[in-house]
Design a protein around this ligand. Structure first.
Ligand SMILES: [Zn+2]
Length: 332
């Protein structure tokens, strides 16, 4: 892989966006430095991108003792995998994460194992690198409504489950911008394309839609997404993100209902996921074409994070569990 250097952009008063060059590609993964009197980094990026993040922070003039806070929207490795290594480099930084995610930062064994199951060991290592634990005494647990004081500004915590059950978004008091993490899914800026991020095992479609609504109501500045970058019209972004969640969830529901209603052997889970993924590939290509104004989808690039297959696995699990629950309630 060629040497990777950070791309830094100012995206609001005292807010610097750093492209971590995830997987060697640009405009996929961002972390943000807030230049408060107590400087804060929102998201760590994965362990593999640590050199890029460190170089960016050095360029931005941040010394080892300067970083006061590292705030994580959730613990998935593209957002939090580098937190342990960053905590070592910045010994005074407090690491903030939702209370449900906190134990997995202190001991990432299960998190890493479950990521390896989803991605495969080799691909996980190549994309995310090494995930070090964060010492327990450096971690502060967050819940809805909490406020993180950064000296001359603050971050207000919005509990935004859906993508993950422990996901939070953070509203910056100085700009009204919200760090959305992955709560509105992904925005691919080079094609102006939105797509959902609903992976197994925690996906909750209703919660995801409620969380997008919360963000929409609370924002009074651009949305700062982790995948990727600033979106100036937050209302439009939330509207389009919600439509995509409904469209993809509805497609999974239709495909699964159709195959279940056919005569003969019931489908295996693997067959069901593959049928949903096939429908998503068609849907993604249509959406990409429309959003980008005529560009053809490059499926390998589109799938670098939050792939079609991951959404298919997440949403088919969501509907399977939902129907099982409804059947159990109906028969009791
Ligand atoms: Zn995630």
């Amino acid at each position: 892989m060629p040497e990777r250097h950070p791309v830094v952009a100012s995206v609001g008063e005292g807010i610097e966006q750093v492209d971590t060059i995830l997987g060697g590609d640009t405009e996929f993964n961002a972390v943000y430095l807030i230049r408060a009197s107590e400087p804060a980094l929102v998201e760590a990026g994965p362990g593999a991108d640590l050199p890029v993040v460190l170089e960016a922070l050095e360029t931005l003039g941040l010394g080892a003792n300067d970083l006061a806070h590292l705030v994580l929207t959730h613990i998935h490795l593209d957002h939090a995998g580098g937190a342990g290594a960053l905590a070592q480099r910045f010994p005074r930084a407090t690491v903030w994460v939702h209370s449900v995610g906190a134990p997995h930062l202190a001991d990432p064994t299960r998190l890493v194992a479950s990521t390896a199951r989803t991605y495969g060991e080799g691909r996980m290592r190549a994309l995310y690198g090494e995930t070090l634990p964060v010492p327990e005494d450096r971690i502060e647990a967050l819940d809805d409504g909490d406020v993180i004081k950064l000296g001359d500004r603050r971050l207000e915590v919005l509990y935004t489950p859906g993508h993950a059950s422990h996901h939070v978004a953070l509203r910056d008091s100085a700009t009204g911008s919200i760090f959305t993490g992955e709560a509105i899914g992904s925005h691919l800026p080079w094609a102006d394309c939105y797509r959902p991020a609903l992976p197994p095992p925690e996906v909750d479609v209703e919660a995801a839609l409620r969380s997008v609504g919360l963000i929409r109501a609370a924002a009074s500045g651009p949305l700062l997404t982790s995948h990727f970058g600033a979106v100036s019209d937050g209302d439009e972004a939330c509207e389009r993100a919600s439509q995509r969640i409904r469209e993809w969830s509805g497609t999974a529901q239709r495909v699964m209902s159709d195959i279940r209603s056919q005569a003969g052997e019931p489908p295996t889970q693997e067959e069901e996921v593959e049928d949903v993924a096939e429908a998503f590939r068609t849907l993604a290509a249509q959406e990409f074409l429309a959003d980008s104004g005529g560009a053809q989808i490059d499926m390998a690039r589109y799938n670098l994070i939050g792939s079609v297959e991951m959404n298919a696995a997440g949403l088919s699990r969501y509907w399977r569990k939902r129907w099982e629950k409804e059947a159990a309630e109906a028969s009791s």
